[in-house]
Design a binder for this molecule. Structure first.
Ligand code: THU
Length: 163
């Protein structure tokens, strides 16, 4: 019996601190960290901030907005994508920094975007035909940089699958 084994992997960069980043990347990470303060997260106490640079030079922020009816809440990344969709329709995103402030316990492990946001980011990338560079971090310390968000969602379900 023939079995083809395949492997999926991707490269990412790991930085020890914001001081090791380029000025633009440092600004994005610092603003994403600040944007955590805009989160409305009284249920999870997990405040997420996102900050994006668009091709047209605009910067926009997002944060998670929760609800007493838990599934109604929206993540920071998708709140930001929704803003971009209204303010600058179809404008490609150069980079998006995402950070968090976990009031339940301190950790500076770089944020891992949830599956639903990975799906939304990937759709945005395909729709405007440009990868979104992700800068993932906690409030301090390490930053992971991933050149395209779809690396985080292998075997993803896409619009083409509906044809
Ligand atoms: N959350 C985000 O905003 N982004 C993520 O990538 C992970 C999770 C939010 C959703 C919810 O308000 C809280 O964090 C805890 O899951």
């Amino acid at each position: 019996m023939a079995v083809n084994k395949s492997k999926y992997s991707f490269d990412f960069e790991e930085y020890d601190s914001i001081e090791d980043l380029s000025p633009t990347d440092a600004l994005l990470v610092s603003e994403a960290r600040k944007a955590t303060s805009l989160a409305y997260a009284p249920y999870s106490n997990f405040k997420v901030g996102a900050y994006a640079l668009l091709n047209n030079g605009s910067y926009l922020k997002g944060s998670n907005q929760e609800n007493a009816s838990y599934p109604v809440g929206i993540c920071a990344e998708r709140a930001l994508l929704a803003s971009i969709g209204q303010l600058f329709p179809n404008e490609p995103i150069v980079s998006m920094a995402i950070s968090y402030d976990n009031l339940n316990g301190k950790s500076n492990k770089p944020l891992s975007p949830c599956g639903m946001c990975r799906q939304a980011l990937q759709e945005y990338e395909s729709r405007v035909n440009q990868p979104i560079r992700l800068l993932l971090s906690g409030l301090e310390g390490k930053i992971f940089i991933i050149e395209q968000s779809n690396s985080l969602l292998p075997f993803s379900f896409k619009g083409d699958d509906l044809k």
